[in-house]
Ligand binder design. Structure first.
Ligand SMILES: C[S@@+](CC[C@H](N)C(=O)[O-])C[C@H]1O[C@@H](n2cnc3c(N)ncnc32)[C@H](O)[C@@H]1O
Length: 291
């Protein structure tokens, strides 16, 4: 099932701390898919409706991660197969395990490739999906040109990007100064803007520049309130831990201590135990047609 194109560009991801990072990221991506299942169902239903003319038999997932989109698309597009591309071999192995457990392994092919490097040879597809991956690319416009070429005329690319990272906490936690989560995100947004220059860019305009016709754009506002999916506490913990790791020295000692209390698995204030969590997330999707 695996069709690995090796690349040395990101070899540092496979050693030491990088491995822990990837494992933590894989867990976060899985929890994201589990907790936001209803959003995934909504977005794939919307795409299914907008591509009724195709039909989509072969789907390309760009930056597939652990397969949130690939597996949801397989479920929605009966009879289709998915080519899941990612530069992370460990994410793809994880995705293969999930596909086997769901009994859909024969409908998924994984391709390890750095999409910023040489574009792997793939069959023409009717549908491509890039969820929260384009902003990671060094040169998204080149990636869009390659996707354009990989689509048959009339085929669609669906690009999904985060408007904001998910929020979980009430404004006043009853612990320390109110507004902790917003202060954390303000710091991280600033860091990301420097490290990921394409985050938040005008994807509709970039798709048009690459030759696509934007067929539809939709913003999905996700607001989960109790009763929440059972994985919500672990999702909040994994998300806040990831935030926490970038905040040393950038937030007051009091805020850092409060955050440590929240992400710790033990204690009454752990997010695993709090009953005042919600999930607020916003994602925008563009459906773009290759004329
Ligand atoms: C935030 S994750 C999104 C994963 C998945 N699409 C989802 O929605 O759950 C971004 C993914 O893009 C992959 N990625 C980032 N840069 C890449 C590149 N240059 N080539 C291939 N994959 C890349 C990462 O390995 C990661 O799996």
């Amino acid at each position: 099932m695996a069709d690995h194109h090796h690349s040395n560009h990101h070899g540092h991801h496979h050693h030491g701390a990088g491995q822990d990072d990837e494992a933590a990221m894989a867990e976060l991506l899985d929890l994201d898919a589990e907790v936001l299942q209803s959003y995934l169902s909504d977005v794939t239903a919307w795409i299914h409706e907008l591509t009724a003319d195709l039909p989509a038999r072969r789907i390309l997932d760009l930056g597939a991660g652990t397969g949130a989109g690939a597996l949801a698309l397989l479920q929605r597009f009966e009879g289709a197969e998915v080519i899941a591309m990612d530069m992370s071999a460990s994410h793809l192995r994880h995705l293969e395990g999930k596909a086997r457990a769901l009994g859909v392994a024969e409908r998924i092919r994984t391709v390890q490739a750095d999409l910023d490097a040489a574009w792997p040879a793939v069959d023409t597809v009717e549908l491509a999906w890039a969820s929260n991956s384009l902003h990671h690319m060094a040169d998204p416009d080149r990636v869009l040109a390659n996707v354009f070429a990989a689509l048959r005329p009339g085929g669609r690319l669906v690009a999904v990007e985060l408007d904001s990272f998910p929020r979980f906490l009430p404004h006043d936690l009853g612990l320390g100064r109110p507004g902790l989560e917003e202060r954390c995100h303000a710091v991280m947004d600033e860091r990301r803007a420097a490290e990921l220059p394409h985050i938040g860019s005008d994807w509709g305009a970039r798709l048009a520049k690459a030759g696509f016709t934007v067929q539809a754009e939709k913003t999905f506002v996700i607001e989960l309130t109790p009763p929440l999916p059972t994985a919500t506490g672990r999702y909040a913990q994994a998300s806040l831990r990831r935030l926490r790791s970038g905040l040393d020295g950038r937030l007051s000692a009091e805020d850092l201590a409060t955050l440590d209390t929240l992400v710790d698995s033990d204690g009454p204030d752990s997010v695993l135990r709090r009953d005042d969590l919600t999930v607020r997330a916003v994602r925008t999707a563009w459906v773009a047609r290759r004329p």
